[in-house]
Write a protein that binds this ligand. Structure first.
Ligand code: GZL
Length: 387
């Protein structure tokens, strides 16, 4: 293109010199000069456009090369890239779940983990998943803060060809994921209810007036535990005085229990906390309100998770019974990924086992859906081995 511009310039110069040399009028020379200038300007513009096009092509080529290098680097590491959108950091259970995933999906084990703590923010969690799509990770793991609102972003994962594995809580409005690995929350709720029935009979408690401090509203853990316990409560004719969310946090549990102590003073004899951290907060509130709880006291205190600190509260006679939800699902999730890597088809649903805990005198025989249940006596050794 430069040649064209150069040729045009030379041609214009030749015309000017010929006109000047053969006695043309000044007007003729001016007109010719204007024509020549316009011609040169057009040629220069064409040259500039061509240069711009070339530059854009060069930029595209450089970007493509950079992408190729980045992809090659990833492939060269040989590591499997995993994006994990975690609920947040709201509880001891969550801390154990996060550690389990970070321990399993480590570089030493052949993984490049992109971990996002979504701080209990549903929008942030969707954003994290979309960032994993942008990164073009090999797998996406999601612990969904709440059970609904997932089909759009899971469709984007499917369109991007990235398999999704759901851990812990469930997604109830889309099936665009490979596997779910977690606990049976409905059974946890039923187990708490069936245990209470058997324990109340043993203790000679004929009337049950209970309060529930629920988990994060709309999370499958909250839904399952509430529904499971209420199924038994309804069958046994117990009275539910109130149910409010403590959002699975200690502060939330304390705040709700403070309100309950004011509103239902002297009227309740059972408190169900849908995780240990809420129970810790509820204990503080009941202490401050002069309400006694635990074996041999005014209130039967039921909790879920059975984390180490929760079992310590059982041992100390605070929590009466604790219904575990196992947070250590990461090794099972890794098994799903290994199956996929080897071209296999993993199971769609994989349950991790839960146990039920109490002190010796609070262990009773009970069944859930006709299945006899065993309980683990809380001892120092059991506490030391817990998550
Ligand atoms: C249950 C899990 C819950 C725990 C809480 O599987 O999602 O979330 O019970 C945690 O401790 O906050």
């Amino acid at each position: 293109m430069k040649k064209k511009l150069l040729g045009t310039l030379l041609s214009a110069a030749m015309v000017m010199s010929l006109l000047a040399g053969c006695g043309s009028t000044a007007t003729q020379v001016q007109d010719a000069a204007a024509d020549a200038a316009a011609t040169v300007e057009d040629a220069a513009a064409d040259t500039a456009d061509a240069a711009a096009d070339t530059a854009a092509e060069v930029v595209e080529d450089v970007e493509a090369a950079a992408d190729a290098v980045e992809e090659a680097a990833g492939d060269a590491s040989g590591n499997i890239s995993v994006g994990f959108a975690q609920v947040g950091h709201e509880s001891d259970w969550r801390t154990a779940s996060t550690k389990s995933c970070q321990d399993v999906f480590s570089a030493a084990n052949g993984y490049d983990l992109s971990f996002v703590d979504c701080d209990n923010d549903e929008a942030a969690q969707k954003e994290a998943v979309r960032s994993f799509i942008e990164q073009d990770v090999d797998y996406i793991i999601i612990d969904p803060i709440i059970a609904t609102g997932w089909d759009t972003v899971l469709t984007e994962c499917e369109d991007a060809g990235i398999p999704v594995i759901v851990i812990d809580r469930t997604i109830d409005d889309s099936d665009k994921y490979v596997s779910w690995v977690g606990s049976d929350f409905l059974t946890e709720g039923k187990a708490a209810g069936e245990w209470l029935k058997a324990y109340a009979e043993k203790q000679g408690v004929s009337e049950i007036n209970y309060l529930i401090i629920q988990g994060t509203t709309g999370s499958s853990a909250q839904i399952g535990r509430t529904d499971g316990f209420r199924e038994i409560a309804k069958r046994e004719g117990w009275t539910e005085l109130d149910a409010q969310t403590g959002d699975f946090t200690e502060a939330g549990g304390q705040e709700v229990m403070e309100s309950f102590c004011k509103s239902y003073s002297g009227k309740f004899n059972v408190v169900v906390c849908e995780n240990d951290n809420e129970a810790f907060g509820a204990m503080t509130a009941m202490d401050n309100a002069g309400v006694t709880y635990g074996p041999g006291n005014d209130v039967i205190l039921i909790s879920y998770d059975a984390c180490t600190a929760g079992l310590e509260k059982v041992k100390a006679g605070g929590i009466t019974a604790d219904f575990e939800c196992n947070p250590l699902a990461a090794p099972t999730v890794e098994g799903v990924i290994k199956t996929l890597e080897s071209g296999g088809t993993p199971e769609a649903e994989i349950l991790v086992p839960d146990n039920w805990y109490a002190l010796k005198d609070q262990i009773v025989d009970f069944s859930v859906d006709g299945n006899a249940q065993s309980m683990i006596e809380v001892t120092d050794d059991v506490i030391a081995a817990q998550y």
